[in-house]
Design a protein. Sequence first.
Length: 89
Amino acid sequence: MVPFVPPALRALVRGACTVLQQRQSDVALTGGATVAPVAAEVARAFSADPALFSADRFHPSSAGYARIAEVLVPFVLAAARARRDDAAA
């Protein structure tokens, strides 16, 4: 965990995280995984509510992690149903 990201470096760190996220998605997709398309919705939520950030204003707070989990729920349930249906077939 990073205890604090200086304001002057936040754009740089955010850009590096975006590149990392895209590369992780590419590798996951290549490996046959499903990537939940939630980044835009999560970004909007975090932009609208500063309480979703921890004290370093970079990492999620408990509320932020809860929001991320909430957005992921439909995708996790769909994946579980698909796996169940595939196993039953």
